[in-house]
Design a protein around this ligand. Sequence first.
Ligand code: SAM
Length: 229
Amino acid sequence: MQENIQNNSNSNSPQFNPTQSGGASGAINERYTQLSETSCCLSCGGAINHAKPQLGEICVDLGSGRGNDVIRLAEEVGEEGYVYGIDISEGMIAKAKANLGKFEVENAEILKAELENLPLQNDSVNLVISNCTINHASNKQAVWNEIFRILKPEGRFIVSDIYATSPIADEYRNDPVAIAECWAGAVTKEEYLTALETAGFKNLLVYEESAPYAKGQAEVASWTIEGRK
Ligand SMILES: C[S@@+](CC[C@H](N)C(=O)[O-])C[C@H]1O[C@@H](n2cnc3c(N)ncnc32)[C@H](O)[C@@H]1O
C-alpha cells in the first residue's frame, strides 16, 4: 500500500526533531530492544478488543512492539484491507517483521517512525490503535495532531494508555529512563483530554479505566478511549 506512505520530508505536519526529545528515544530503543525477545506483557488495556476492525479497512498500530496486534488486525481486515505498524525500537521492529514473515502476513508492514511524525498520507486511515505507547512521546499534542491528520473523516482511534493522577515530579518528567519505563511521560487526565480536544476529536468514549496504582515514582491509572475525527 505504497500510496498511503508519505516521505516525512514532504509532510505538512509540524516536523519533529528527535534531538529535542531529551534523549528519551535512545532509552526507549534500548529498553524495548531488550524486551523484544521476551514474552512479558507490555500492554495496559484492551484497545484491540474494542476496535472492531471491518473488512477492507486501513489500520495503524502506534507502538506496534512485537507485532501481535498488527497480525490480528491484518487477519480481521482481510486481503482488501491493510495494516501499518509503527515503532521506533530496532529490536521490536526486527521481531515484528520476523513475526509477520512467520505467519505469512501479506497485508501489513512495519514502518520505523516517531509518533510525532507519521509517514502516512492525510485522510488515509480508517482506524488507529495504540497500546501503552503514547505516554512515551515527548510532544503528545503533536502525536494527537498526527493521528487526526492521517485519519479519514469519521475515522476512529482506540487507545489504551496511562495517565498520571497528579503531575509527574520535575525531577522525573525529563528522565529518559523513567520515560522509557512507561510512567514519567504520563500527563494528567485533564491534559490528556485537552490534547484530544485541541487536535479536533469528538465523540470521546472511555471503555475501560483502572483504579489508580503505583508505577515507578508516580501514581497512574490505565484507560482505553475512543474518539472520532
Ligand atoms: C509498552 S510497549 C507496547 C507494545 C505493544 N503495543 C503491546 O501492547 O505489546 C511500547 C512500544 O512503543 C514503542 N515506542 C515508544 N515510544 C515510541 C515513539 N515515540 N515512537 C514510536 N514508537 C515508540 C516502543 O518501542 C515499544 O515497542
